[in-house]
Design a protein around this ligand. Structure first.
Ligand SMILES: [Zn+2]
Length: 224
């Protein structure tokens, strides 16, 4: 198994997408995005790299051939040499690995996905399809916007009141802890969960929608 999170460097896209933009939906030059995706695939050394058409939902799709173009926010597979990618620019990219059953997954968890429990649904899909035992599942949560920068309107805090920081009358959400606590409540051991401390809005090595609005997407990728 191999996995990593990309950053915005060593690609071919030009500003405001400079340079390793992996999103085809942000009005960057498609030729550049495809060259960037090919670079990530070459680094992985796998024949297939599957991206999702992400819609801030909770659908989990099982990947069989590696030629799928699923409309969903989570994917799982137990086929080797198929890499799964989750694109983000502030949302949490989540990667999953079941070493015992040799299965992987990815999920895209922003505020909407967190409320819909897409992260937990991806883990449960692995238990249903591959026999994954939650106490053996390993999870990586990648760079994402953190409570230092993730200010939201009051209406956006509903359902996430436990993960709210109020500073000077303004509301900031902690989506990382919302997902972490949900995974712990499922029985996934804390020592199996890796949580990046990088805030994408603070760290200019990553694309951030909140900071730049018109920008690229980086990705979490994983392959057996
Ligand atoms: Zn920040």
């Amino acid at each position: 198994m191999q996995h990593f999170f990309t950053n915005r460097f060593e690609g071919v896209s030009e500003a405001p997408f400079a340079s390793l933009n992996l999103g085809l939906h942000v009005n960057d030059t498609a030729l550049h995005v495809n060259q960037n995706r090919a670079r990530v695939k070459a680094k992985l050394g796998v024949p297939k790299l599957v991206f999702m058409d992400q819609v801030h939902g909770d659908r989990v799709v099982q990947i069989h051939s590696g030629d799928e173009l699923p409309v969903c926010d989570a994917m799982i597979t137990n086929v080797s040499n198929i890499a799964l990618a989750v694109m983000v620019a502030d949302c949490i990219p989540i990667l999953y690995y079941d070493e015992v059953h040799q299965a992987i997954g990815v999920a895209h968890a922003g505020r909407a996905g967190t409320l819909l429990q897409v992260g937990q649904k991806c883990a449960r899909a692995m238990t249903e399809h591959f026999g994954t035992r939650l106490q053996e599942l390993k999870i990586w949560m990648g760079p994402s916007i953190r409570s230092c920068c993730y200010e939201v309107g009051y209406e956006a805090t509903q359902g996430l009141e436990s993960f709210l920081h109020v500073k000077n009358g303004n509301y900031f959400l902690d989506l990382q802890n919302a997902n972490l606590e949900a995974f712990l409540a499922m029985g996934i051991p804390r020592e199996h969960i890796s949580l990046s401390e990088v805030c994408t809005c603070c760290d200019h090595a990553y694309f951030s929608y909140r900071r730049d609005k018109i920008t690229g997407r980086f990705a979490g990728v994983i392959a057996l």
